[in-house]
Design a protein around this ligand. Structure first.
Ligand code: AMP
Length: 357
């Protein structure tokens, strides 16, 4: 593809902080973002040239939006794929609808990874109490029951520590189509964040060590060391293979558990990722800029570190005043998303710190 000229308009479906950081990166290299989101004041719109308020399944509104854009992307994976397919080829959508659909369904995603040589935790499809019992017979306990669709940040999932918790777990997830997953005895969690261009050029960031609290990412430290460093090449090979098979354009993220038996695939996200926020200051070219470069048909930037160690800390459930205390810490880079009310568990911003050793 010939690169989109500067001044072109990129349509972003979704109005959260990922869209906001994409908007900043796009503006920096001369592109304009238009945000499509159902909310009244999405935080991405504050840095965009405009906001169209509409539902994700409103094909007419999406068509009008697409007509104003030179490229389309999305910043969260629960945008329904069918209305996007209905837009046809009027404007290029990246990452493509196939990748979006795959990442929306935990079961299909795990099957796909398995068929490409990856290793998810042992899993079984669950669509009833009976299939849940059978899955427990096959996998054993402890295990985790996760809804196939619409799960994030540990939502839509429940741990089953003993068989007599099965009925409650099934009710807990709303009796929705699900996957039962074996509990992985892992040492660390890490992610492979890659960018793939129209020409197939693929760049992988140094994999960060991701620390979670209550199922929510709290810190990412790059580069991951020890077992993560040992297992990152195999994990990156899998990620590259999947990106190529999907004809993927943009940033794609894979989460892994580093276990004594090797890297275990957890899930993938067809987008920039919280565990890659450190790349804004910590990499030569950030995940946000590389996503914009990729979808605009530009050459990708270097994913190398700017300093030997980078740490990103999420600011969860805190307000602007508390977040601004970070401004007193020398070298701390504060990013505040201006999302309104600070609620427990809500990601309000993040801080990145760089270290020379
Ligand atoms: P997820 O939303 O699937 O990424 O899960 C959120 C967090 O729960 C993960 O980052 C892990 O810390 C934990 N978790 C999820 N699945 C498993 C598993 N199969 N075994 C052990 N821990 C898990």
């Amino acid at each position: 593809m010939t690169a989109l000229p500067t001044g072109s308009t990129i349509g972003i479906l979704g109005g959260g902080q990922l869209g906001r950081m994409l908007g900043v990166a796009a503006a920096q290299i001369g592109y304009r973002c238009l945000v499509y989101a159902p909310e009244e004041n999405p935080c991405a719109a504050a840095v965009a040239v405009g906001h169209v308020r509409g539902d994700y399944d409103d094909v007419d509104a999406l068509r009008d939006f697409a007509a104003r854009c030179d490229a389309l992307t999305y910043e969260f994976e629960n945008v329904p794929a069918a209305p996007l397919r209905a837009l046809g080829d009027a404007v290029a959508l990246h990452p493509n609808a196939d990748a979006l659909e795959l990442a929306q369904d935990r079961l299909r995603e795990k099957d796909y990874i398995l068929s490409h040589g990856g290793r998810p935790a042992d899993y079984r499809e669950v669509d009833s109490r009976e299939t849940l019992e059978a899955a427990i017979d096959a996998i054993g306990v402890p295990a985790i029951l996760k809804t196939r669709r619409f799960g994030y940040d540990g939502k839509g999932q429940v741990r089953i520590m003993s068989r007599n918790e099965a009925a409650a777990a099934w009710a807990d997830i709303g009796k929705r189509p699900a996957v039962l997953e074996a509990m992985v005895a892992f040492e660390r969690e890490f992610s492979i964040i890659l960018a793939r261009g129209h020409d197939g050029d693929t760049r992988v960031y140094p994999p960060p060590d991701n620390r979670h609290e209550d199922g929510i990412l709290s810190r990412s430290i790059a580069p991951g060391t020890g077992l993560i460093a040992e297992q990152s090449a195999a994990a990156a090979d899998l990620a590259r293979k999947v990106a190529e098979a999907l004809g993927y354009v943009g940033v794609l993220t894979f989460e892994f558990f580093a276990s004594a038996e090797g890297p275990v695939f957890n899930e993938m996200a067809p987008r920039v990722h919280n565990s890659g926020h450190w790349t804004i200051e910590g990499a030569q070219c950030s995940q946000f800029e590389n996503h914009i470069r990729a979808i605009c048909g530009l050459p990708l930037g270097s994913t190398a570190l700017t300093l030997p160690r980078v740490e990103m800390t999420n600011l969860i459930g805190i307000d602007g005043e508390e977040a601004q205390r970070w401004l007193e810490t020398p070298g701390a880079h504060l990013h505040f998303y201006d999302k309104g009310e600070a609620r427990p568990g809500r990601k309000m911003g993040h801080v990145t710190q760089l270290f020379t050793e």
